[in-house]
Design a protein around this ligand. Sequence first.
Ligand SMILES: C[S@@+](CC[C@H](N)C(=O)[O-])C[C@H]1O[C@@H](n2cnc3c(N)ncnc32)[C@H](O)[C@@H]1O
Length: 544
Amino acid sequence: MTVPAFARVPGVPASDDAALLARLAAALRRSGFTHDGVARLLGPGATSALERDQAVPALRVLEPVLADEAAPGRGLAAVVVLFLLGRTAPAAALAQALAPLGPAELVGLGLAETVPGGLRALVDLRPHAADDGTELWVASDLGASQRPGVLRRDHVLGIGQASLTLAQTTDRRAVDRALDLGTGCGIQTFHLLAHARHVTATDVSDRALGFTRFNLVLNAAALDLDPERLEDRVDLCRGSLLEPVAGERFDLVVSNPPFVITPRRPGETAEQRWTYRDGGLPGDRLVADLVGALPQVMAPGATAHLLGNWEVPRSGDGTPAADRWAERPAAWVAPGTDAWVIQRELVSPEEYAETWLRDAAESRDPEGYERAYRDYLDDFAARGVEAVGFGMVRLRRPGPERPAGEGRRRFEHLPHPVQQPLAPVLAAAERRADWLEDRAGDWTGAHLVVPEDVTEERHQRPGAEHPGVILLRQGAGLRRTVVLTSEAAGLVGACDGELSTAQVLAALAGLLGWTGDEAQRLTEEVRALVRDGFLVPAQDGTAG
Ligand SMILES: C[S@@+](CC[C@H](N)C(=O)[O-])C[C@H]1O[C@@H](n2cnc3c(N)ncnc32)[C@H](O)[C@@H]1O
């Protein structure tokens, strides 16, 4: 029998025996190796420490359990020690936890190796509870806290904070075809399978595609897949960026691309790069190319969701980076494409270098660390980089209902905590923008209301007759705060859905004796409040 593509990649667990993987999934479930089961066993302190890659609190909880052969939870403790902590786990306790599967099957699949004292994991395997409640197990390479030394160059990333951020930012509408570019262990694909008929998952790394395939087969039942006919719902394609899908069209695209800015070295080879984060291009070129080219594979009406970094070059006139960061990403977007870029962080070159040197555990090699740190600063200096931004990019290719134009653009720095998952918030904002655009100058006929989460805050000097500052705050969504004029505050206060905006404006004009362009200015201010969800049309789907 022929072995399916990516089912037997060296150094990756094998996925050509679907029946065995179904038995493994059943054994893992029976052992209690679920998101909640592990949290119960470890307790809150050790669980959150483990989320920060700190194993010591978990070891302190688990060691006494493993030492006592009669302790309840001993089997689960062994599974956690093996797959989450990357330490040696006693074979007998594992056999007890996973029966009828035994250590031999774990070794045969390439999940673990036999070492003195028991078994040691060759991969990270962890439970993952998706937002819709689906419980999965996801295999990836062992992380920096689970193995000694610097990460291997072809490291396949597990579920990280960036993966979750992207998953929570992705539209979960039902679509026909979705693309997951740079799939890694497959995390975005698993989420996409809940609402896409078919997913194409690409990567340059055979090891990544091997892990994705293993995870798909292991979780076939939960993901509603026939493990013998994966291609009915998922295609795994090897290739760089858009090359493997050239000429195709998708309704939804997601990518957590290898966006990490990395100093290039003369004569470097692909094997010298950390594939999981470095696409091999100078500076932020990979993200620039991707943002510019993605519309080529987007069907009309499609959205694309990606994460990225962008460099902010030093300005000649001393304008701070915070005021100029959007210039580069704005130049990348293809004409006719809507783009919404939300910058979550803006850091100095030094902070950037430190973050990414830590990420691959390069600090474990002090000499190499110093060299790599210098390389980073030289590289940024050569391009005159003053700061580096990180954030989310949402692209939309307008459908036939929208006239072809330049495309709607929005670039915002929102570093504060926002509601998660964020995707419904962004989609609602897009609907409000469509609503305003559809009505052009005519939207003031609408009756507006103030959403439940919006509150007003007035700051008034003691003894002052009027407030000096009036703020409107959102408790949910993007949790924006906006400074209001007193006229806008008056209008917002009157927005109970009873009168149309035009009627409230006319009433204010009469009351305040307006003779100039006051109504026009207030209309613009209110338009921005509608765009940002501080006011929403009464009984209209644009609110949420
Ligand atoms: C940051 S990881 C993202 C993994 C996963 N999608 C997630 O959300 O966590 C980036 C992935 O892109 C892959 N990659 C690197 N260079 C690529 C390229 N030129 N084209 C496509 N994928 C690439 C890497 O192998 C890696 O799996």
